[in-house]
Write a protein that binds this ligand. Structure first.
Ligand code: NAD
Ligand code: TYD
Length: 359
């Protein structure tokens, strides 16, 4: 059995659905607190699958985690659960420290105790795979080489600092206690089930609602985009063949400015869902920049390709097209996440002077 934490979120949901679509897939226990970002509806397609089970629990809960480990005896833990939105971390860093740092520490501590009770063969097969981000490396200048596994950590937001702290804890549990850990640092993902507070789903949802498309600052910040299925495939590869104690960078070689991304989304929507009022580009609105906004991220994923043979399959254009089509086909999903909690967040972000209702 595999434990997946945070499996009701964006990447975790995609991972579980793709994993269970494989023949002879190992069963999964999804452990998720169901914060505003966790949506069990994402997993309705596997809700009745005998290989899938869900437990609502907080990764900080010592008794719950220890009990689940001793009862279900997983052969690996895939740790996705986190507070994940940079803008939220600016307003409320506390929850990021609690879940990302203390929660990861609790999982590691309980996993270590459990692992120490296993017979030697099961000990060597066990893996704790920690899903992390490229944001731990900080911001690149225009001419800098992409982040590699040896780039020094230099996190700039409370989110990236909390993820960096969790990466260090994972590293220390391997070096100090021998726990067989794997860490992946991935670039920005996009695709189905992406919560519409992040750039790509926000722009699609706002476009379809005829609302402004907010671009922070000058829109020239660069992110390295990866379609979520490619990230899930990379995680399966690292779990199967990664070397314990190693870290692997995951990226799509798709560096794009935010303005370019928004233009692509508008142009794809113009083609697939044209509106009478004219191009969606007319909705683009430049707004106040994010404090401490990192200028550029880029991933060098050659270690993963060289050592484990993983390569992304989607191009940026094919991934964007699939994503836009998914949101067009799932307007009910977008409507569902328009919850009260989400609207409170919009108020917090933009105060009494929003650039327009965001979704
Ligand atoms: P998400 O915010 O969509 O989902 C997070 C999930 O974790 C939710 O289901 C939430 O309910 C759950 N969760 C939060 N706190 C919890 C707690 N205390 N206990 C149990 N469950 C809890 O996040 P995502 O975008 O799917 O990201 C998943 C992981 O991948 C994160 O660790 C993130 O740092 C990492 N990552 C994300 C990206 C990206 O572009 N989204 C890129 C690289 C790495
Ligand atoms: P986001 O999706 O929040 O991911 P991250 O900050 O983790 O990279 O943002 C991606 C980029 O888009 C980032 O440079 C901030 C920018 N952005 C906007 O310009 N407008 C928005 O409304 C949002 C949410 C993000």
């Amino acid at each position: 059995m595999l434990f997946v934490t945070g499996g009701a979120g964006f990447i975790g949901s995609n991972f579980i659905l793709e994993h269970l679509a494989q023949k002879d897939a190992e069963p999964i226990l999804n452990i998720d607190k169901l914060t505003y970002a966790g949506n069990p509806y994402n997993l309705s397609a596997v809700a009745d699958d005998a290989r899938y089970a869900f437990v609502q629990a907080d990764i900080c809960d010592e008794i719950a985690i220890a009990t689940l480990l001793s009862r279900y005896r997983p052969r690996a833990i895939l740790h996705f659960a986190a507070e994940s939105h940079v803008d939220r971390s600016i307003h409320h860093p506390d929850e990021f420290i609690r879940t990302n740092v203390n929660g990861t520490f609790n999982l590691l501590s309980k996993a270590l105790k459990y692992w120490q009770t296993l017979p030697a063969r099961e000990q060597s097969d066990f893996r704790f795979l920690h899903v992390s981000t490229d944001e731990v490396f900080g911001s690149l200048g225009p001419q800098d080489a992409p982040f590699s596994e040896t780039t020094p950590y230099a996190p700039n937001s409370p989110y990236s600092a909390s993820k960096a702290a969790s990466d260090h804890l994972v590293r220390s549990f391997h070096h100090t206690y021998g726990l067989p850990t794997l860490t992946t640092n991935c670039s920005n993902n996009y695709g189905p089930f992406h919560f519409p507070e992040k750039l790509i789903p926000l722009v699609i949802a706002n476009s379809l609602a005829g609302n402004p498309l907010p671009i922070y600052g000058d829109g020239q910040q660069i992110r390295d985009w990866l379609y979520v299925s490619d990230h899930c495939a990379a995680i399966r590869t690292v779990l199967a063949r990664g070397q314990a104690g190693e870290t692997y960078n995951i990226g799509g070689w798709n560096e794009k400015t935010n303005l370019h991304v928004v233009h692509c989304l508008c142009d794809t929507l113009d083609e697939l869902a044209p509106r009478a009022a004219g191009s969606y580009r007319q909705l683009i609105t430049f707004v106040k920049d994010r404090p401490g906004h990192d200028r550029r991220y880029a991933i060098d994923a050659r270690k993963l390709e060289r050592e484990l043979g993983w390569r992304p399959t989607e191009t940026f254009d094919s991934g964007i097209r699939k994503t836009v089509q998914w949101y067009l086909d799932h307007e009910d999903w977008v409507a569902q996440v328009r919850s009260g909690a989400y609207l409170n967040w919009i108020h917090k972000q933009y105060g009494d002077h929003p650039p327009g209702a965001l979704i």
